[in-house]
Ligand binder design. Structure first.
Ligand SMILES: NC(=O)c1ccc[n+]([C@@H]2O[C@H](COP(=O)([O-])OP(=O)(O)OC[C@H]3O[C@@H](n4cnc5c(N)ncnc54)[C@H](O)[C@@H]3O)[C@@H](O)[C@H]2O)c1
Length: 332
């Protein structure tokens, strides 16, 4: 990774959604890599000011990607690179609020792209979703060509829509885009909440001595990918020429059962309240998820480093260190 890391020194980078789980970790890394300026554009709709990295080269603009004034303010800094991570997150939220989902993930993405094209950025990296764009008929491990147009939530539809828009800007305007398909990201920086992922929510409940409610029977599998591995993939996508115009999976390439994850969380937190089983959600039909990361290895030299259990320990440490902030912020 050293070869791509040095490329960010002295550069201006715009990260939409930079206060979120992936974004806060990406911005911290970019600041450490001596980017000239890391501009975060985030409306804090699902993030918290205390979680934003603090450094002299990090500038936070509290604003909405649907707001032209805010976009102009962000792009006035003439970013070399854009990482578009802002999104209405995620499946259940989109089922409950499908119009907001389309506004932010559809129109919002279109607007961020329009400004990127006008600014002539060197690279535009879009955060798509592996769990979103592959369908029941896609073969596992999922390969990039095998996308589905028969999806199960508005979020999955709008994540795919975002890819279609980035491809359109690439095809018509030669905008150097890359579509990053993340698989189940986990790591420090994700505050638990009603619409958040299962790992931070389980960690939170376990630390409050509650039983962990599995939606299903626990044999479901996920391809949980540690946030630092995602960031290494993203940084390579920002630099490698071979990535331009491509959609590339960023996963761990390994599947884990939900019940095993829950047991590890209970063990790490000394929670003896166990596990409960509740009904699977109607849209939650993809019971098994597994990425092929061959393309990422080939084009990006991507190699996930974090062992699943060690990653869960890191999440636990982060929860312990930020216990008060998390308690104040977690909304269910
Ligand atoms: N976390 C995952 O498992 C996962 C998996 C696949 C894809 N993704 C995608 O990766 C990206 C980052 O995910 P994350 O887990 O960090 O999510 P996140 O919700 O933590 O981060 C998204 C950020 O966008 C901000 N935001 C939302 N609407 C906005 C708006 N209208 N204007 C400005 N900011 C806005 C939120 O406040 C938040 O900080 C998202 O695009 C998500 O769809 C995530």
């Amino acid at each position: 990774m050293e070869d791509v890391y040095s490329e960010y020194e002295g550069k201006v980078v715009l990260v939409t959604g930079g206060a979120g789980c992936v974004g806060s970790n990406l911005c911290r890394k970019l600041a450490e890599l001596n980017a000239k300026k890391v501009i975060i554009l985030d409306n804090l709709s699902s993030a918290y000011e205390w979680n934003i990295p603090k450094a002299d080269n990090v500038v936070f603009i509290k604003g909405d990607i649907l707001d032209d004034e805010m976009l102009k303010r962000a792009y006035k800094n003439k970013p070399d690179y854009v990482f578009h991570l802002a999104a209405h997150f995620a499946n259940q939220n989109s089922v409950d609020n499908p119009e907001t989902d389309l506004m932010i993930n559809g129109i919002g993405t279109l607007k961020v792209l329009q400004y990127a094209q006008l600014a002539g950025v060197e690279r535009f990296v879009y955060s798509s979703s592996g769990c979103g764009v592959y369908g029941l008929e896609s073969k596992m491990p999922f390969e990039e060509h095998d996308v589905s147009i028969s999806l199960h939530t508005p979020y999955q539809v709008t994540k795919l829509l975002g890819e279609l828009y980035t491809n359109y800007f690439h095809n018509l305007y030669d905008l150097p885009v890359v579509n990053a398909r993340f698989f189940n990201v986990f790591g420090p920086g994700e505050v638990p909440g009603k619409y958040r992922n299962v790992i931070p929510n389980f960690m939170y409940w376990a630390m409050n001595s509650l039983p962990l409610p599995i939606t299903g029977d626990g044999t479901e599998t996920r391809d949980w990918t540690y946030v630092d591995d995602i960031i290494n993939g993203l940084l390579a996508m920002g630099i490698k020429e071979e990535a331009i115009g491509e959609a590339i999976n960023l996963g761990s390439g390994q599947d884990q059962r939900v019940i095993d994850m829950a047991n590890i969380v209970n063990r790490l937190t000394y929670n003896d309240s166990g596990i409960s089983f509740i009904e699977r959600r109607d849209w939650d039909v993809k019971t098994k998820l597994l990425s092929s990361i061959d393309k990422a290895k080939k084009l990006l030299d991507y190699q996930p480093q974090m062992k699943f259990e060690d990653g869960l320990e890191k999440v636990h440490e982060w929860f312990v260190e930020n216990r008060d902030d998390i308690k104040r912020s977690a909304e269910f």
